[in-house]
Ligand binder design. Structure first.
Ligand SMILES: C[S@@+](CC[C@H](N)C(=O)[O-])C[C@H]1O[C@@H](n2cnc3c(N)ncnc32)[C@H](O)[C@@H]1O
Length: 242
């Protein structure tokens, strides 16, 4: 399914990214990915609970999503597998940015390098108003592990970028996904991508990255396996493109 803004196109595909990515044409300049973190709970029994249960979301407006029940070994191998598949569709000097939480941060940096990307650093997403935790530090931040396919020359006309962004999660009636990321955060993350560079998003969810790509002037391909969220994305992009 394709959606067109004035200058750009978002193509969204319903399916498993490991099956879809090999069918795509080459030429991506950036991969942005918010995969299932599979981080709720220590043991396999806890990980296999529904995502609404694990992440404390008790609204029937949001469907549970797939892919979050792997144990740690399987999850890390799977992360490396899709990152490797995505890398094979990217141009030299392409960028990758992968969301994670504090529990999975070390494993994401391992998987990224395992897949052949050069690990370049970590950007902090300050969520501003996370759940309070009595007697503990708040889990106020998530992280974006980033890397590149080979070298990236410093003189790419991108400028100096911050290492921390502060945005609240979408809330109330505007919220579309159990683990939704803010569109302005996605727009900021795309400032590292060369002008008009094509973006690949293997875990589209409710499509904030696709909306942000269109806002910032990039063509984008989004993939989503859970039917409910594929339909949510289609509606978001239909509304956005008018
Ligand atoms: C963390 S959520 C992404 C949320 C999204 N960033 C948003 O703001 O709406 C991960 C998404 O990946 C999807 N997913 C899980 N496994 C997948 C797979 N193998 N291929 C494609 N999508 C997958 C899930 O259904 C879920 O919607």
């Amino acid at each position: 399914m394709k959606f067109h803004s004035a200058q750009n196109t978002a193509e969204i595909i319903h399916g498993d990214c490991l099956e879809v990515i090999p069918t795509l044409k080459d030429g991506y300049a950036m991969v942005i990915a918010d995969p299932p973190y599979a981080s709720g709970g220590g043991g396999i029994r806890e990980k296999q609970r529904s995502t609404s249960d694990k992440y404390g979301i008790d609204s029937p407006r949001f469907a549970d999503f797939e892919g979050d029940a792997r144990d740690q070994r399987s999850w890390v191998s799977w992360m490396a597998q899709w990152m490797s598949a995505a890398r094979s569709k990217c141009i030299d000097e392409a960028l990758i940015a992968v969301f994670t939480d504090w529990r999975q941060l070390p494993s994401v940096t391992d998987a990224m390098q395992w897949a052949g990307w050069l690990w370049r650093g970590i950007v902090v997403w300050d969520k501003v108003n996370p759940r309070p935790q009595l007697g503990r530090y708040k889990q106020q931040c998530e992280f974006v592990v980033w890397g590149s396919k080979g070298t990236i020359p410093p003189n790419r006309d991108i400028g100096v970028l911050p290492g921390l962004y502060s945005y609240s999660m979408p809330a109330g009636a505007k919220r579309l996904h159990q683990t939704e990321k803010p569109v302005p955060l996605m727009c900021d993350l795309f400032t590292i991508c060369p002008a008009r560079g094509k973006v690949l998003d293997p875990f589209m969810g409710s499509a904030p990255a696709e909306e942000a790509a269109l806002i910032t002037g990039h063509d984008v391909t989004g993939i989503e396996v859970t039917g409910h969220y594929f339909n949510t994305s289609a509606k978001r992009l239909r509304d956005f493109c008018g």
